[in-house]
Structure formats: C-alpha cells, structure tokens
Design a protein around this ligand. Structure first.
Ligand SMILES: CC(=O)SCCNC(=O)CCNC(=O)[C@H](O)C(C)(C)COP(=O)(O)OP(=O)(O)OC[C@H]1O[C@@H](n2cnc3c(N)ncnc32)[C@H](O)[C@@H]1OP(=O)(O)O
Ligand SMILES: CC(C)C(=O)C(=O)O
Ligand SMILES: [Mg+2]
Length: 575
C-alpha cells in the first residue's frame, strides 16, 4: 500500500496568472438574525415580464412593431399580468408600440402595462404622452445609485443623486395626477446590488415620501442586481435588510430584478423571495442585457417541480420557445434548463437504464392504483420533471451512442416498436449497437437501430423456414408436433416430441442434422408493420454456442417456432 496521503495534497495546483487581485469581494451584510435560510417558497410571486423592454434593449436588432405585438400576445396568453412593454422615450418604434397597444385595445382588463423612464424631465414627459388614453399603467422611474455610477456617470454626490430621484418622482406624480386613468409607480435604485444599503434605503424612502403609498395606493420598489456581483446569499441578505428596514412596508410591493452576470440569477431570485420579496422581473429564457435577466421560464418550472403552481402556462414550452426565438432572433442553447433540445435526453447507459426502469415502474404503479399515469406522482431517476408536463414528447428522451447501454436500446425498441426484449437479448443487442457507435464514433438513430435489430435477429429469409405445424398432446404429458419446413428452399416434413411445443420442434429438427436445445423463451402480443400478432424470442444452444432468434407470427406457437428457426439461422451464419 502506498504511503502517499489520500486525498492527495494539491500542492501541484498552481497559482493562476489571472489578475484576481484587481477585484474586491462583495461587502457582507450585517444581518446575523437573517431568516431567509429557514423559509420555503410556497406560492408564486407576482411576475413582471420585461421581455419587451430589458430583453428588447439587449438585442442586436430590437423587435419591430409586429414582433413586439407577437411577444406581447404570447406573454398575455401565458398568463403574465404585469408586462413592461417598453421604453417609450427611447425611439419612435417604442413609442408607437405603446400607442398601438392602447389604441388597438390590445391590453386585457386584467393586465397592467409598465413603461420605464430615467430621471430626466423630457423623457418623462414623452413617456406620459405615450400613455395617453391608457386606463391603467405603471410608470417605472429609475436612476443609478451605486458609488461608481454616482461618481462616473452623474458626477454627483449622494445628496444630489437623491435630489435627482425626488425631483423626477415629483414630476411623475404631477403628470400622473393629470392623467385621466390610473397610474401606479415603480422606482428602481438601479445598481442596487452595488449600492450601500443605507443609501439605497434613504433614496427609496425619499421617493416614497413623494409618492405616498397607502391603502389602495401601493407603490413598487424594485431592487435590481443591475450587475450581479455577489453570491446569492449576499443578495438575499440585502433584500431581507431592505424589507425589514423599509417604512410603509405594507404598501410597498418589493420587487427584484436580477441579472445573471455570475450565472446565479435564478438562485438570487429564489433566495430573494425567501428574503421577503413579493415580485420578480425577468425575461423568458433569460434574455436581457449581457448574460441576461433572470429566466422566468426556469423560475416558473422550478416552482412546478416543487409542487407549487407557478400560475404561468408553460404546458407547451417548445411552442413558447419558438415564438421567443422568432421574435428575438436569439437561440435557446441545447443544455438550457427545461427547454434546451438535450435537457430531457440521456445518452449514457446507466442513466438510460434507470430512466427506462423508472418509466416502467411509474406505468405499473399508476395502473395498479387505478390512477391516470399523467397525474401519478413523478419519481423517475434523472428526470426532475415529466417532460410531457411541459408538452415534450418522450421521443428524444433516450438517444443511443457509445456511452449507451442495454437500457437505452431496450427503451427505444420498446417505445417505438413495442418490443419487450428479454434481458440477455438486451445485452446482446446493446453490444451489437456499440460496435457501430464506438467503431464509427457516432450516434445511432432510432430507425437505424430498428434496421440493425431486424437485420440481425428478424431475418427476412431464414435458411430454415417454418411452412406449417400441428401439435397434439402425447404420452406422459408430452407434446408432439408435426412440422413442415423448408431448408434452403427444400421442403421437409418432420415430427418430434418433447415436454412442450418448442422442445418438440427442437426434437423434430434433429432430423435435419442440428440438435438445438431451447434455453430461454419469451413472447408477447405485438404489431409488426401494422399487423397484429405475437413477437417471440428464443435462445437456443447449438453445439457449444447459444443464439437468440426473434420472430413475428399471427399466433404465439407460430411465432415461437419461427423464432427458433431464426436462432438457427444466426447459428448457420456464424459458421
Ligand atoms: C439598467 C437598464 O437597463 S436601464 C434602461 C436602459 N435602457 C436604455 O438605455 C435603452 C433606451 N435608451 C435610449 O434610447 C437612450 O439612451 C436615451 C433616449 C434614454 C437617452 O439617450 P441620450 O440622451 O443620447 O443619452 P445617453 O443615453 O447617451 O446618455 C445618458 C445620459 O443620461 C444620464 N442618465 C443615465 N441614466 C439616467 C437616469 N436613470 N436618470 C437620469 N439621468 C440618467 C447620463 O448621466 C447621461 O447624461 P449626460 O448626457 O449628461 O452625460
Ligand atoms: C430596473 C432597471 C433599471 C434595470 O434594468 C436594471 O437595473 O437592470
Ligand atoms: Mg435590467
């Protein structure tokens, strides 16, 4: 036994040349009695889709009027009740889109549109112009608050930035008071996640002093991680701290707007909800600035996977993906949670085996308990949810390459062709397929797998063909058989006896010079090329070797005897 320490020390791991010393860790939040780690998410938050704003502003080619309209209709259909429809002061297209929604009566009564505007007078006035005639809307005012933004973008100190927010909040209120419809307010201290908490609180409080939230006049305070810059637990601390310190909390809807710079926007949103947030802003499939906004699809389906109703209809996630890809010109990658092409697909053998067994167990248990399969509690290894629940078929769940094993092969042959291969045969077919996948370094498609199987085990023209047979009970419980076969085109009549029909046929075949011994036999009802009948599998020893053969027939006896002939055919071929 080696005297080396185990686990091996990592002294061989070298310091990188990355300039990590340039970066500072996110400050910790002083919140020793934080409660978010002990909580659970038990209901859907309020959702806001910002696909038409943050998503749109991040596209190489922003959506035109038609695409924006298509996206808006999709969001309504999915069940979003708060939709940020744009930045009307940004461009003619943005302005025209808001106008078209209002003028064409596109906004259902139970849907609130939101429009964003920075703390700049001309842009605020233009934004309210865009809202003319809207019975209800949310005006979303923002300005950045972090030290870096105060210093380099605004060249202002804290007091000046606070005044910027307050003055423009006041303008929003004046314009809203003159608007005939009902305008709600949202304020975002942009770059909240990089802002000192005491300043974020102070500026939110000052804006609230202007907007005066009260019973039936809620305002939304939206906490963006404009740039995600800490682990999600730190973000959760920031949110809990704000939630606890805000005055008028009962009249504030606390909203989150996580970006995904560190790849943890989903975790940040989830922990932020535990920390007391009421609402999440994000985009379908995580579209948005840089690495995107938090993905609304993942958040919703994560809830579903925990037994919580997300209140958004992702029952056909591929259709949603199609519309989003068409409207944005962006592609959802293969490994994207829930919606990527490969995320419900398994190539590796042990995964396929477990999925195959898990799906069969589910079918069996549901049937035994008389519960419809689609409502039976889901517990299939390697599949966090039933792909069918989000409108995906099982077709691509298992794909066969050199990493695959018998479970995968069995799954494909059983789902596509209704075969129930005996275990030993599964192993053999898997090895046959491996020779192609490994040898040629490629995947074998379901149709090719079927062709390979048929060519090997279901020979169209076996050497020995069963032309007919009759069986009868014989002496001492034996079965006798009279069979007519042709070998290499030459007809022969044979007879034999044995403990069952197959053994009797094997006995009869001895007259042809072979002496097969039936080792295993299985059969089940099946349909081949549209014809109903029986599929049979026979493993027989001939000499020192054993061979599987399979055959289809109109009835079980015929299929079984033909399967024995198929096994002999393989024996002959092997010589
Ligand atoms: C984090 C976010 O996603 S916020 C949303 C950002 N979305 C967008 O920027 C998309 C739409 N934007 C636009 O169309 C344009 O940038 C416009 C119309 C808003 C403004 O365009 P311009 O007037 O040419 O200004 P530009 O964007 O180049 O510069 C921003 C100016 O506004 C100031 N500013 C930026 N944000 C804010 C804010 N929230 N409140 C007040 N002033 C702001 C900057 O300091 C800068 O001022 P300066 O010109 O005195 O230096
Ligand atoms: C909420 C707004 C201002 C935003 O998109 C952000 O901060 O990321
Ligand atoms: Mg954003």
């Amino acid at each position: 036994m080696s005297k080396e320490t185990f686990p091996a020390d990592h002294s061989g791991q070298r310091a990188s040349t990355l300039p990590y010393g340039r970066y500072r860790p996110a400050p910790e939040v002083d919140l020793p009695d934080r409660v978010w780690p002990t909580r659970r998410i038990t209901k859907a938050p309020r959702w806001l889709s910002t696909d038409l704003r943050d998503g749109n502003q991040a596209l190489p080619t922003p959506m035109d009027l038609d695409r924006k309209t298509r996206m808006f209709r999709l969001l309504v259909e999915l069940g979003y009740k708060e939709i940020e429809v744009g930045f009307p002061a940004a461009s003619e297209t943005e302005f025209a889109f808001v106008r078209s929604l209002i003028e064409n009566d596109e906004i259902p009564d139970d849907v609130l549109i939101q429009v964003i505007v920075p703390a700049r007078e001309a842009l605020i006035r233009r934004t309210f112009d865009a809202l003319a005639g809207a019975p209800r809307a949310i005006a979303h005012l923002y300005n950045s608050t972090s030290p870096a933004q105060r210093r380099v973008v605004f060249g202002m100190d804290r007091t000046e930035v606070e005044k910027l927010a307050v003055d423009h909040a006041r303008l929003c209120r004046d314009l809203a008071d003159r608007h005939p419809g009902r305008i709600g307010f949202q304020y975002s201290p942009e770059s909240f996640s990089q802002t000192e908490l005491d300043f974020a609180l102070r500026i939110c409080e000052s804006v609230m002093d202007v907007w005066e939230p009260e019973e039936n006049r809620e305002i939304i305070l939206n906490l963006p991680s404009t740039v995600e810059c800490s682990t999600p637990n730190v973000f959760a601390d920031q949110v809990e701290w704000m939630s606890r310190h805000l005055s008028r909390r009962d009249h504030v809807c606390l909203s989150l707007h996580p970006h995904n710079d560190r790849g943890t926007a989903v975790a940040s949103a989830e922990l932020g909800l535990l920390a007391g947030a009421d609402r999440v802003e994000g985009c379908l499939f995580g579209n948005g600035e840089r690495t995107g906004n938090v993905c609304l699809t993942i958040l919703a389906l994560n809830l579903m996977s925990q037994g919580v109703d997300p209140q958004i209809d992702f029952s056909d996630v591929d259709a949603v993906r199609h519309v989003v890809e068409t409207c944005t010109g962006m592609r959802v990658p293969e490994r994207y949670p829930y919606a990527g092409d490969l995320v419900h697909t398994s190539f590796s053998g042990s995964h396929q085996d477990a999925i195959n067994k898990g799906l069969r167990a589910l079918e069996r248990d549901a049937a035994e308990r008389g519960v419809p399969r689609d409502t039976y509690p889901w517990d299939v290894p390697y599949l966090p949810i039933d792909p069918k629940d989000i409108g995906r078929s099982y077709q691509a769940i298992i794909r066969v390459n050199s990493q695959s094993g018998k479970g995968g092969v069995d799954y494909l042959l059983s789902t596509a062709h209704g075969l129930k291969l005996p275990r030993g045969l599964q192993t053999e077919v898997a090895a046959l397929v491996q020779r192609v996948t490994d040898g040629e370094g490629r995947e074998v498609a379901p149709d090719e797998l079927w062709s390979l199987f048929r060519a090997e085990y279901l020979p169209a023209e076996p050497r020995t063909v069963l032309l007919g047979h009759r069986s009868a009970p014989g002496e001492r419980g034996q079965t006798t058989v009279k069979a007519e076969i042709s070998v290499d085109g030459e007809s022969r009549a044979l007879s034999g006896a044995g403990p069952d029909l197959l053994a009797a046929f094997a006995d009869a075949l001895a007259e042809t010079g072979v002496e097969p011994v039936v080792l295993e036999h299985a059969e089940h009802p099946a349909t081949l090329d549209g014809t109903p009948g029986t599929m049979a599998y026979v493993r027989t020893r001939v000499g020192r070797d054993a061979f599987w053969g399979c055959a289809f027939g109109p009835d079980a006896p015929t299929a079984s005897l033909r399967a024995l002939c198929a096994a002999l055919h393989r024996h002959d071929r092997s010589r």
